[in-house]
Design a binder for this molecule. Sequence first.
Ligand SMILES: Nc1ncnc2c1ncn2[C@@H]1O[C@H](COP(=O)(O)OP(=O)(O)O)[C@@H](O)[C@H]1O
Ligand SMILES: [Mg+2]
Length: 292
Amino acid sequence: MQMTDAAPLLAVEDLSVDYHDRRGAKFRAVEGVSFEIARGETLGLVGESGSGKSTIGKAILGLVPAAGGRLRFDGEDITRCSARRRRQLTAEIQVVFQDPYGSLNPVRSIGSTLAEPLNVHGPKLATGEVRARVAEALRLVSLSPDVAERLPGEFSGGQRQRIAIARALVLRPRLIVCDEAVSSLDLSVQAQVLNLLEDFRDQLGVSYLFITHDLGVVHHIASRLAVLYRGRLVEMDATDRIWDRPQHPYTAMLQAAAPVPDPRLQAERRAAFSLRHSAFLAAQAPTEASRV
Ligand SMILES: Nc1ncnc2c1ncn2[C@@H]1O[C@H](COP(=O)(O)OP(=O)(O)O)[C@@H](O)[C@H]1O
Ligand SMILES: [Mg+2]
């Protein structure tokens, strides 16, 4: 297949995803979503809880099937690829979840946790090479190679999230889906982890789909934002443009909800928001319950 560097690394085209309840009734969680991520780009995917963000991430990771539309990775149609191809893609598309404690096995040493993806999905490597790759990944997230001997419980939340990121990096992926990856961290630790992720983008050329409900977090790291509302994209543009002048009332609501260090600024922003968009909020209120 002919590929050029100008082609996006990931293209999501008109993606829809359905869930089915026990009686087989269909619920469409994602409807007609399209976006692209360029090489070395961070696209922020924002929306409130339940808007379908994780579902889009899961579809990209092959964890839920697409009911409609197409996923292209590096020009290749991966929408319905074979299980074997999907396993190979694990080395190229990785994920970091919100809760590093839940995603790290508490009785497994950090070294063994980081070696696992290499042993399962990586190229055949000698034991010494695996150890070197694990040490390299730990160094990238500013942890000493000595931590390989230790267990997740010995680390703080921020350190555990660095370990989860090291695990995602060990295969040298080209795309990392970060699903609320810093949402459970304190603001200062959040900033450190965001800086690390930015460094990898520059050093390793990795791209991110950065999923969060918190517009405040993503506005520093993403060059473009896609705003998801009830399974559909309502706005997509350069982050600065959206931040300065949100077009959709729902985006303005997310912005008003984002924590800012200055309480006065926050109060002003929330007041301005409710003046401009109270009609939108009023219209939304009753429909929320009817959805479930
Ligand atoms: N496994 C599932 N089965 C049925 N419904 C689901 C499942 N996972 C998510 N949903 C529903 O799909 C919608 C989108 O969920 P999700 O993608 O997790 O949203 P977000 O990550 O934005 O919070 C929600 O209404 C959620 O309840
Ligand atoms: Mg989610």
